[in-house]
Design a protein around this ligand. Sequence first.
Ligand code: ADP
Ligand code: MG
Length: 316
Amino acid sequence: MFAVAKKLREAGVLGLNERNSEFIMRLNPRSLYPRVDDKVLTKQLALDAGMPVPDLYGVITNQGEVSTFPDIVTNRESFVIKPAQGSGGDGIIVVTGRSQRKRDCYRLSSGMIVSEGEILYHLSNIVGGQYSLSGNPDKALIEYCVRFDPVFADVSYQGVPDVRVVVYRGYPAMAMVRLPTRASDGKANLHQGAVGAGIDMGTGRTLNGVLDDEVVEDHPDTGALVAGLEIPHWTFILESSAKGYEVTGLGYLGVDMVIDRDRGPLILEMNARPGLNIQIANGVGLTDRISRIDAIYNASASPGERAAVARREFQL
Ligand SMILES: Nc1ncnc2c1ncn2[C@@H]1O[C@H](COP(=O)(O)OP(=O)(O)O)[C@@H](O)[C@H]1O
Ligand SMILES: [Mg+2]
């Protein structure tokens, strides 16, 4: 165990202890956490900064409001329900349509049909805090269901891929795209079984993937190659994630974006404790990139300038 840790450190792979003590403690003041730990607030902050987000259809803030759900979605065929303070994809349901026979039955991304009663029960659990980080009562968001860009058609199974960018002191440092699988049930979270693929920061082109900490070349359900995809709107994605620094004030930040086929890149959420498996997906450690950013750091550089630096410095 010790030998493995040493080897990883020598390879410049950032470990959990180091991440927590060096970066999260030093660069992310606790007082700023609410900005990213509540998705309703994050959405508002992003909108205020002129960043595109999935439209919010409604928020259910207490048990009494659960019954307003049918009104919120009355003219909607598809939508996503999620806990405001959730993480790791838990408690999220992606509704892609309605049952043809009964309008108050909903079709999930997996094809499963659920009744309105089941949705109300789920909303009640969300509001009760079942999925909230703190365990305290929570809110449920109901928002626009993203339709992914066609570039992902062959490498995504019944769900929307997301692009995660780790941003250090405002500079994009590393990125990956997470691709939903049969196991991940419409969500792109690695814990749920999605595949993560590293991205060449210079070109926005994908590298090999990682599934449960193992390197994979093709998507487990579709068989398509994971490497060599060109992420659309790459420059915009890097600039938006760099801007996440101004929006949140967090010096060590994960920005998650999805790419809608009509609306382009949208901010899904931001994270104060981004995971470290992005390093496995990229086959490189974060340590060198972080040192490089410290060396070239310029406090007056704009988000666009910082994104351009990242493209140049971290091109493979
Ligand atoms: N509006 C949406 N439309 C389609 N898929 C979504 C939407 N919101 C979330 N998802 C899916 O669920 C995953 C997790 O969503 P996210 O908002 O990042 O919550 P969490 O904090 O649980 O990771 C996303 O990566 C995506 O695959
Ligand atoms: Mg997420």
